[in-house]
Design a binder for this molecule. Structure first.
Ligand code: ADP
Length: 315
């Protein structure tokens, strides 16, 4: 089983309780671990794979809490860093109709310092670049670029999830798109939501989105479609793989569970690059990744709802 290095942010989501979409009125917040790359590392580790988290939190009680959550979920945190800056905090309030109010207090996640030693670890393993904050500047963006370069030179299998957060890029969407392009160009595997595929490609139709992403360079394109399953596109063809029926309670983390489960299966192959060519191998893997995504929607919170291997593979 190969290692999967997941680079990016680990933060606290303070979710306002019962206050509609107005944060100014919120009085009570629930503390939840957040950060897509950390969720992906947990998804892999919970399935029994080698999920490794590379990111920075503060040397404070929140940072300690976040690292302990990853450790409890068997994620390797040997490459996580704790710095003097406070742990990154996101305050979010959601109304029943999906309106959000959001305050982002960016701290330690942007301080990730590049570690040249990691280059050896990345060699012939998998690298997942899936940070919502990595392209917002700071040391993290530089480290991200250097690990990306290391992955390219060391033969690592590269997975990219743009994790677009509209709240973080208001009015700067073009800049986001531009910054994503080198990753889309070199990624072996890309995971996109429909919104992301349309934003990045500037196209509306799914087939046009896929054609654009392949033209830029991504070999294996996955576009997750919630209850509809996943559209998967390779040089060989395009298929929509259905998900399983579930009664969703909280969809947070479904996409991270999906890509985590797919990477877990790819990491178990002798030759990870085989999925790019072999649809008979790939399509059942997508179906299992859909199952992991679907199961994650059946409980509250991302990390606690991520499935273990038996829930996905023994059904
Ligand atoms: P993201 O969280 O990135 O927006 P999705 O919500 O599309 O991603 O979820 C990822 C995957 O999880 C989907 O491709 C699908 O297979 C599965 N999934 C998500 N929501 C549901 C649902 N309501 N019913 C069944 N499967 C779901």
């Amino acid at each position: 089983m190969k290692d999967v290095f997941c680079i990016g942010e680990l933060l606290i989501d303070f979710v306002a309780e019962k206050q509609g979409s107005d944060l100014s009125k919120a009085m009570v917040f629930t503390k939840k671990p957040g950060g897509a790359p950390a969720n992906v590392a947990c998804a892999i580790a919970k399935l029994g794979g080698n999920g490794k988290f590379v990111g920075s939190v503060g040397n404070d009680p929140f940072g300690n809490f976040l690292l302990s959550v990853l450790q409890e979920n068997q994620v390797d945190i040997a490459h996580a860093q704790q710095c003097k800056t406070f742990t990154t905090l996101a305050f979010v309030s959601l109304s029943d109709d999906g309106e959000r109010d959001f305050v982002f207090s960016r701290g330690a996640d942007k301080q990730l310092v590049y570690d040249p030693e990691l280059k050896k670890g990345i060699k012939d393993n998998l690298l997942h670049l899936g940070a919502a904050t990595a392209l917002l500047g700071g040391a993290l963006e530089k480290a991200y670029g250097r690990y990306f370069f290391d992955a390219l030179t060391q033969g690592a299998f590269i997975s990219f999830d743009p994790n677009f957060r509209g709240d973080l890029w208001k009015g700067e969407e073009d800049c986001f798109v531009k910054k994503c392009m080198p990753f889309i160009e070199k990624a072996h595997l890309g995971k996109f939501s429909l919104e992301e595929a349309q934003l990045l490609s500037g196209k509306k139709e799914l087939s046009e989105c896929c054609a654009f992403l392949h033209d830029v360079g991504t070999k294996l394109v996955t576009i997750t479609l919630g209850a509809e399953g996943t559209l998967v596109s390779t040089a060989k063809g395009r298929h929509t793989i259905p998900s399983i029926p579930v009664k969703p309670i909280d969809t947070t983390g479904a996409g991270d569970a999906f890509i985590g489960c797919l990477l877990y299966q790819i990491a178990d192959l002798k030759d990870p690059y085989e999925v790019l060519e072999n649809e008979a191998l790939l399509l059942p893997m997508i179906a299992k990744a859909n199952t992991a995504g679907a199961l994650t929607t059946t409980g509250y919170g991302a990390i606690p709802s991520l499935p273990v291997a038996s829930a996905v593979f023994d059904r």
